[in-house]
Design a protein. Structure first.
Length: 345
């Protein structure tokens, strides 16, 4: 493991370019793994610079691939860089980087969705949640189909203060499809406002730092890419369990063009829907005719607090799922129709 407190700035020695590494190790992008590489080291330097001061930091890079961002992180004078890469073809190229930065780069051939970073760095890095963020950073340019489920998982980790957030308010710099980056950071009332906006913003300070045009990647993806920075908030803006917030938010956005009472109503069984939805909105002091996109995080805070009370009063409520009720009703109707058909015969 690398020691901290390096006095002189570290620079990687001259190395083959990323393009040469790709050729040398035959690292053609695998389409089925949605691999798009950044070859321009000025861009990878920009991502790393915007992640904050990484001097003596412990950095976890997800999906290093041919190692463009990896090089920029190593040049940022970090104490240690841990990379987790799923595709074994990249390991020899990363090993070459590790040889060029002795004791600084740790390579794991694994899956970021299951890797336990909470066991990877020294205990001494841990900070109290209320303190300044620890000198631990997550950086990554992952395929879009991995980055969205991963951020949801990590947001849940933020709310439980576990996983990568066992060290404190670990900061993250991640790339997303531009539309997803816009949803993550969308303000109340904007067209992009969605479930992701609320889930990210109630737990973190989220900033869309800059956009990378698709043509900067090899091969070029269909879309542009947004670079997003997350710092967990000392005090979450909604203080309820993640799953409860997720359920309220998911239901609210169920019918995004309709008034919010329509989607929120789906939190309740059909027999009590009108009455309970009215009670929820009245106690939360939320105008039923607002559209889901017009609801602020503090509206959601009130809705979650009231829904929590309603769940405490009715222990079966939280488990209620309107889709299951619909399915049951459908099969009951089908049985009825079958019976009527039999009697007619
Ligand atoms: N970071 C490199 C860059 O910017 O050029 C590569 C980016 S490419 C979009 C995504 C990388 O993540 C690929 O190397 C891919 O193999 C890796 N990857 C995809 N899914 C992964 C997973 N579940 N765990 C770890 N690595 C993954």
């Amino acid at each position: 493991m690398a020691g901290s407190g390096t006095l002189s700035a570290f620079r990687l020695p001259p190395l083959p370019t990323i393009r040469e590494i790709i050729k040398l190790f035959r690292l053609q992008a695998a389409k089925q793994l949605s691999q798009n590489f950044l070859l321009d080291l000025r861009l990878t330097d920009k991502i790393v610079k915007k992640a904050g001061n990484l001097t003596d930091a412990y950095v976890y890079e997800v999906g290093p691939g041919p190692g463009g961002i990896t090089r920029s992180i190593l040049n940022a004078n970090v104490a240690e860089l841990l990379v987790v890469e799923k595709d074994s073809r990249f390991i020899p190229g990363l090993q070459m980087l590790s040889d060029a930065a002795p004791g600084k780069l740790r390579i794991v051939h694994g899956d970021v969705l299951t890797f336990k970073v909470e066991r990877a760095f020294p205990e001494s890095l841990k900070r109290q949640w209320e303190d300044e963020p620890p000198n631990v950073h997550i950086i990554g340019n992952l395929p879009f189909n991995v980055s969205t489920p991963l951020i949801i998982k990590w947001l849940e980790n933020v709310s439980c203060r576990d996983g990568p957030f066992i060290y404190g308010r670990t900061q993250m710099m991640l790339t997303f499809q531009k539309e997803v980056a816009e949803r993550l950071t969308a303000n109340t009332g904007s067209k992009q406002r969605s479930r992701l906006s609320i889930m990210a913003q109630y737990l973190c300070n989220v900033q869309h730092i800059f956009t990378i045009p698709g043509q900067a990647f090899v091969p070029k993806p269909e879309v542009d890419v947004g670079v997003v920075h997350f710092t967990p908030l000392v005090q979450p803006r909604i203080e309820q369990p993640f799953k409860l917030v997720e359920k309220v938010v998911q239901n609210a956005f169920q019918f995004r063009r309709k008034y919010c009472y329509r989607g929120l109503g789906m939190l309740f069984p059909e027999v009590e829907r009108v009455e309970s939805t009215g009670k929820l909105l009245e106690l939360a002091d939320v105008d039923p005719t607002l559209r889901p996109t017009q609801l602020s995080v503090s509206h959601f805070k009130s809705l979650c607090d009231v829904y929590r009370k309603m769940c405490d009063e009715d222990p079966l409520l939280f488990a209620y799922n309107f889709r299951e009720e619909l399915k049951q009703n459908k099969s009951k109707n089908q049985e009825k129709e079958d019976d009527q058909e039999k009697h007619r015969l």
